[in-house]
Design a protein around this ligand. Sequence first.
Ligand code: NI
Ligand code: MN
Length: 222
Amino acid sequence: MVRVTFLGHAAVLLEGQTTLIIDPFLTGNPMASVGPEAVQPDLIVLTHAHGDHWGDTLALAGKGATVVSTYEIAVYAEKHGAQAFAMNIGGRYAFPGGWLKFYPAWHSSSFPDGSYGGMPMGVVIEMDGRKIYHAGDTALFSDMRLIGEEGLDLALLPIGDTFTMGPDDALAALELLRPKRVVPIHYNTFPVIEQDGGAFAVRAAKLGVEGLALEPGEAVEL
Ligand code: NI
Ligand code: MN
């Protein structure tokens, strides 16, 4: 069993045999349900380097977590004293209880200080027999059909619009990904990405996908 907790914005905690946090933007995130002191991950998975994803990476790495991301993000993290494992799109990384694999995302990726962060990514994570896709920040793209061939138990999709897919494109993404469940993310954190997560969940259900508009701090067990 894997427990998936939405921490606000694009930050998600996965707890199974391994504890893994994706895009840990907690400090300064007006939607964050907890601060970095409340989580103790083994792995920090970063989809890209933007400040609303990189977030508390160094603080969590300082508590013993390993950063897993692009070559550019891993090198940057190591330069700042973190332990990191460098990868790139298409690569797979194994950990106790599962593995993860990076897929493309259509976006950009630079650190808050302007350093280049490599290519932005999405990630499929299998843990304890469940498959979860975190799309990162991305536009809709037709190769999501290939990601769907993984057989997804859950998709975490941005719906905020402006910087990523909006709700209409995220629904089109569901047609390609065909997950069992979807959790909308990357919305309502700031005024420019205000959306109705509940309405999105209802529309997802009409496509045969269970929509779960989790409040920050809420979890789903798979
Ligand atoms: Ni971004
Ligand atoms: Mn973002």
